[in-house]
Design a protein around this ligand. Structure first.
Ligand code: CP
Ligand code: NVA
Length: 304
């Protein structure tokens, strides 16, 4: 976001990240936000959504602006017409675009050809708005980020990738435990390592869930099969056996550990009902914080 867009956590610097968290906290505590009267956000979605769509729409409305939702059937990004044409057309009508796509390259291309800011509302490789809201939640619950250990149990997916980068950028210790074949992509691992070296954080890529949660301050999980991977769900249920966040697994975490999940959750798969409903779970605070974090993103991207 040193450029005009927010496509990846790597678009941020540590200072910019901190600024976003502090703007989000200020807006959440009632500080008056920017006036978006006359401004429109287009939500261009190829996949379903509850949190992302509603939090962006409500954010715009509360700041005096408007939003319009374009469903998967409507635009045909790259099929009904080229991504570059969609970008150039939308730029003539709206002030900012939030896109949820399968291919990450489609969002990158959209941003290249848009004259207005483009926000990644989830792609197959990253979910930066989620990671920002998550660290806002950690900041609120723990009073700091630096030095805390976040254990991610599950697939090295979009949510895990953004969290790895965000935690590493902020001097945290990131550990991920994934079964063989489901690790974070090498490029993400390397980038996270670079960020950790610069910030004084640490990153570990592990196999055993029990090793990852040892003494962790935060235990995080996400679905085993992401949107678009439904056909693999059965296979993944087998491959992810032993990667369920349960009360038993949580016993090895710090006594005051919090439990996080970006939602939607598949209770009985990646997390037990007991763990997600338990007193350490902060999943609905995370969901709420999407609103405040995205208001901060919109404020900085649309600041003139
Ligand atoms: N966590 C999240 O992005 O939820 P939605 O898919 O409902 O937007
Ligand atoms: N990894 C999940 C996150 C949903 C918010 C998916 O991509 O479906």
């Amino acid at each position: 976001m040193n450029g005009k867009d927010f496509i990846s956590i790597s678009d941020l610097t540590p200072d910019r990240f901190e600024e976003l968290i502090s703007v989000a906290l200020a807006l959440k505590s009632g500080r008056e936000g920017p006036d978006f009267k006359g401004k429109t956000l287009a939500l261009l979605f190829e996949k379903p959504s509850l949190r992302t769509r509603v939090s962006f729409e409500v954010a715009m409305r509360q700041l005096g602006g408007e939003s319009l939702y374009l469903s998967p059937q409507e635009v045909g990004l790259g099929s009904r017409e080229p991504v570059a044409d969609v970008a150039r057309v939308l730029s003539r009508y709206v002030d900012v675009v939030a896109a949820r796509t399968f291919s990450h390259a489609a969002i990158v291309e959209l941003a290249q050809h848009s004259s207005v800011p483009v926000i990644n509302a989830l792609s197959d490789t990253e979910h930066p708005c989620q990671a920002l809201a998550d660290l806002l939640t950690v900041q609120e619950k723990k009073g700091r980020l630096r030095g805390l250990t976040l254990a991610f149990i599950g697939a090295g997916n979009n949510v895990a990738a953004s969290l790895a980068l965000a935690t590493a950028m902020n001097g945290m210790r990131f550990r991920i435990a994934s079964p063989g074949g489901y690790e974070l992509p090498k490029a993400v691992q390397e980038k996270a390592q670079d960020f950790a070296r610069a910030s004084g954080g640490e990153v570990s890529f592990l196999r055993e869930a029990s090793e990852a949660v040892q003494g962790a301050d935060i235990v995080y999980t996400d679905v085993w099969a992401s949107m678009g991977q439904e056909a693999e769900a059965e296979q993944r249920r087998r491959d992810f056996e032993g990667y369920q966040v349960s009360e038993e697994l949580l016993q090895a975490a710090a006594p005051d550990a919090i439990v996080m999940h970006d939602l939607p959750a598949h209770r009985g798969e990646e997390i037990t009902d007991e763990a997600i409903e338990g007193p350490r779970s902060v999943v609905f605070d995370q969901a709420e914080n999407r609103l405040h974090a995205q208001k901060a993103v919109l404020s900085l991207l649309l600041a003139k």
